[in-house]
Ligand binder design. Structure first.
Ligand code: PAF
Length: 309
């Protein structure tokens, strides 16, 4: 069993008393949110309501923000109804303190969903997702999982494959929605669907950006206002390379970005220009080149990517 999961199990030891409830907020409720906490209760409900209907699935780790809302909205537009999971997956964290500090705010999450559209929320415990004897789905991930996020967060994508496979198995959606901000994740999930011959359409949705271009992320909650301003350098440096790219080769552009970060308070972890399909480094700009970046604002790790066209 994954080490982070082992520790987390010992610590959490929580179990939910009820296995489903209709969430009731006392203020201006706009849409009904039905919350399920066990696989059985969710599947019982879905077996009644999902027959011959399209089911959109939006996996999340909670701390919902405008980016998640845009995924839920895309699902609501394309599918008959939407299931949103809220589950901080221990197996995708290679750093115990990152897992511990990951923002959690269930009440706020439900309020945001209720202000968006009607959804079915699945908020299971760790034991429910990884019962004793659980065998993780595994696949060879290759280069896409060895560079950038894969290099700096070893084992991260194995944990993502494990949990998303498990959720797809439980929910059996017709469509599932992922943000393009996590470009490697999106590519891996598309490959996973092919590898396991899953009958689900994996839909990539545009990165939702806040004022100034900061990519919406749950981790932004941990930033001070000052850090939020300084964090704009991630998007702005990618965007500047995009606009000025005729002046440099991708290799020179990497050095430029490193220079720009030297004048900033953020610590650059990586800057790469890669082919968005093969994830090979590019030596010249193509229509499929993406700039990918990760940096720390204090303890908070942020990432972003944009197309260079
Ligand atoms: O992108 C995320 O928030 C997570 O990696 C996901 C897809 C919900 C799996 O835990």
């Amino acid at each position: 069993m994954n080490k982070t999961l082992q520790k987390y199990r010992k610590k959490s030891g929580t179990s939910t008393k009820t296995d489903s409830f209709v969430h009731s907020l006392n203020v201006n409720r706009m849409a009904k949110t039905q919350v399920f906490t066990t696989v059985k209760s969710l599947q019982n409900h879905l077996s009644e309501v999902a027959k011959n209907r399209t089911v959109g699935f939006v996996p999340t780790m909670g701390a919902l923000h405008a980016g998640h809302v845009s995924l839920v909205e895309a699902s609501a537009e394309q599918c008959d109804f939407t299931v949103v999971s809220i589950f901080v997956n221990p197996t995708q964290f290679n750093n115990a303190s990152d897992l511990e500090k990951y923002p959690r705010n269930f009440e706020k999450d439900i309020a945001l969903l209720e202000a968006t559209t009607e959804t079915i929320v699945f908020a299971p415990t760790v034991e429910e997702i990884y019962p004793e004897g659980h065998q993780p789905a595994t696949m060879k991930l290759g280069r896409v999982a060895e560079i950038m996020e894969g290099e700096f967060r070893p084992g991260h994508f194995d944990g993502v494959v494990e949990v998303v496979y498990r959720f797809l198995e439980i929910v059996q959606p017709t469509h599932t929605f992922f943000g393009e901000k996590d470009l490697q994740q999106l590519s891996i999930i598309k490959r996973m669907a092919k590898e396991f011959d899953l009958s689900v359409e994996v839909v990539g949705c545009q990165t939702h950006r806040l004022e100034g271009g900061l990519a919406a992320s749950s981790r932004n909650e941990r930033l001070t206002e000052d850090q939020k301003g300084k964090a704009l350098i991630l998007f702005q440096s990618l965007d500047r390379v995009r606009k000025e790219k005729e002046q440099y080769s991708p290799r020179e552009a990497r050095e430029k970005v490193k220079e720009w970060f030297q004048d900033s308070e953020l610590e650059l972890e990586y800057i790469e220009f890669v082919d968005a399909t093969t994830f090979e480094d590019v030596t010249e700009w193509t229509s499929n080149t993406h700039g990918c970046i990760a940096a720390f604002a204090g303890e908070v790790r942020l990432l972003d990517n944009i197309s260079m066209t």
